[in-house]
Design a protein around this ligand. Sequence first.
Ligand code: FE
Length: 134
Amino acid sequence: MVEKVKKTDDEWKKSLSPEEYKVLREKDTESAFTGSLLHNERTGVYRCAGCGSVLFRSDTKFDSGSGWPSFFEPKSEDAIEKKMDRSLPVPRTEILCAKCGGHLGHVFDDGPAPTGLRYCVNSAALHFEDKEDK
Ligand code: FE
């Protein structure tokens, strides 16, 4: 079990930038091709911008052409929670940080090998950390 981080809306507002708050806590989506981490190709890990939990590794990032940072697998299965999202006519699978419940983006089944999955994540939900030793 992942230890949970719980904060009130006011506490989240104080600890997050306005962009981070809108994405993580209000499930907003940043505009395609605008995120700061879209073209980041450095070696390291991607942490949740809300709680710091390690969510993705640079060696699973790929250019999906979608305009959002894309990964074919999370750092570990229990780092991420999946939830059915019926806010659009076509249902999607929402992905959330398992530790703080922050909205990250969605996962689609049109990704590359080896998983065939595309974790489509808002840059505003992530903090990148350089790490030579993966
Ligand atoms: Fe988190």
